[in-house]
Each structure stands twice: as C-alpha cells, then as structure tokens.
Design a protein around this ligand. Structure first.
Ligand SMILES: [Fe+2]
Ligand SMILES: [Fe+2]
Length: 196
C-alpha cells in the first residue's frame, strides 16, 4: 500500500495514522514537535520511494494519485514550514545562545552544512514537483527513480545530523523563555494559536 488515510495534526494535515501512544508534541514542546516533523518527513519519503515502482507496474491509478497528492501537500507546505523553523528561528537562536567557543564553532560548521542541504533539497524538490502534480491529477507520468533516491538521500544524512546535535544543545542552552518563543514562532508560521 502506498498511502495511509490523512490525519489532521497540530502541525497540519498528515498522512500518518495516529493512536493514543503516538500523540504529536504540542507547540509547548517545540523540540519534540520539531522531531515529530522528521518522523512525518520520513513517512512521506517512504511513500515517495515506492511510487516509481508502483507507476511502472500499475501506471497512474487512483492509489498513485492519492499518494502524490499527500506527498505534494506535505512537501509544499509542512516541510517548508519545518525548514523555516530551522533557518529562521531554531538555528539563529542556538547560535546566539551557545556560549562555549569550541561548541559554537562546531555548531556554525554544522549550520552551514544543514543550510546547504536545505538548498539541495529545494532544488531536488523543484524537479520532482511537476511529475508529481501530473500524477496527482491522474495524468500518465513517470517518476525518475534517481531523482527520488537523491531527494531521500539528502534527508537520510540530514535528519541524523540534526538530531545528533540539536536536541542536546537546545537542552543545555535554551531557557524556558527561549522554548516558548520558539513554540510561538512555529505556531504563528502555521496560523495556529499558541496555548500552554
Ligand atoms: Fe533541516
Ligand atoms: Fe529538520
């Protein structure tokens, strides 16, 4: 199966099923919510990775169109919000707060790499968007397996690099006020009211 039923979460429409033990973090836990975005990105990338073989086998059927719609919805909107959370709020705030010179130098290097990855992801996505839009509309289109693999490959190193460094830095350097301001920015970006 290519696709799960859409579920509305606090961070927008998601394609993952949700249960009581998998409740997404709220904006009062911005780092938890940020990590939750990574799990949703991975789910969409899984679906995207299955799509070229499905198209080769069955063509653009209803299942392929529904999957393409969910992938488009996610990467056009929610993934964009996620990258803005990082580029505009999370990374600059961390850079301001890290007081240890060596740690700050290492973070700056990491930030450069992560922002370069974001640019590469955007370029890759720009090449995938058009065929996906056709598939979403039921128009016969194929999807370049190597483009899909390249897009997924960037995230495969990017997400572990972020999660290997940022939650620990945030835990040690952010104050409660920093976390609240981060949560507020993330909520505003998504047009959601911030409530603790
Ligand atoms: Fe990122
Ligand atoms: Fe990220």
């Amino acid at each position: 199966m290519l696709h799960c039923n859409p579920t509305v979460t606090e961070s927008g429409v998601d394609s993952a099923p949700m249960n009581l033990f998998d409740t997404p973090a709220g904006f009062d836990d911005p780092i938890g919510m940020w990590m939750g975005c990574h799990r949703r990105i991975e789910k969409q990338l899984d679906t995207l990775s299955k799509l070229p073989a499905h198209l080769a086998d069955k063509g653009v059927d209803a299942e392929a169109s529904t999957a393409a719609q969910a992938i488009l919805r996610y990467f056009e909107k929610s993934a964009g919000h996620h990258h803005e959370d990082e580029d505009r709020d999370l990374f600059p705030l961390l850079e301001k707060r890290i007081s240890d010179a060596g740690e700050l130098a290492r973070f700056r290097e990491l930030r450069q790499q992560l922002e370069a990855d974001h640019a590469r992801m955007a370029a890759c996505w720009a090449r995938l968007r058009k065929p996906l839009q056709g598939i979403a509309e039921g128009i016969p289109k194929s999807l370049d397996t190597s483009e899909v693999a390249a897009f997924r490959g960037i995230y495969e190193t990017h997400i572990p690099a972020e999660e290997g460094a940022i939650p620990d830095l945030a835990r040690r350097y952010f104050t409660a006020a920093d976390l609240e301001s981060l949560g507020r920015s993330m909520a505003t970006r998504r047009g959601v009211e911030f409530a603790i």
